[in-house]
Design a protein around this ligand. Structure first.
Ligand SMILES: [Zn+2]
Ligand SMILES: [Zn+2]
Length: 116
């Protein structure tokens, strides 16, 4: 678990646009996860308005809103320009590679089962 909050601003924005409930998926709290699985965006740890690092949301704070300045934390996909595109591509590649390796291992297991 990471000590601070991390979130995908595009997820927040999407849910708001679609009138879906705003929440923080458990996956965002995991230290190993730095990229949103649905949008391949880097998870944010700082409020884009007040630039403060936000602590994990308490039950009293509202998901999707900064607990310091109470501003909405969602960003439209088109408004994100400051993401390091190269880093992002590298990360997506790594995720893809991991997924492929996992798949191969699974297939390997299954074919092994056939001979048992
Ligand atoms: Zn997302
Ligand atoms: Zn803020």
């Amino acid at each position: 678990m990471r000590p601070h909050s991390a979130w995908c601003p595009i997820c927040f924005e999407d849910w708001k646009q679609n009138n879906q409930p705003i929440y923080e998926p458990l996956i965002w709290k995991l230290k190993v996860i730095n990229v949103c699985p649905s949008h391949q965006t880097l998870l944010q740890t700082k409020c884009q308005n007040c630039q403060k690092i936000l602590p994990q949301l308490s039950s009293r704070s509202q998901p999707g809103y900064c607990s310091k300045c109470y501003q909405w934390l969602g960003i439209k996909k088109d408004d994100i320009h400051d993401i390091d595109q190269y880093l992002l591509e590298k990360m997506s590649l790594k995720i893809l590679k991991n997924a492929l390796t996992y798949q191969q291992e699974e297939i390997g297991k299954h074919s092994l089962n056939l001979y048992v």
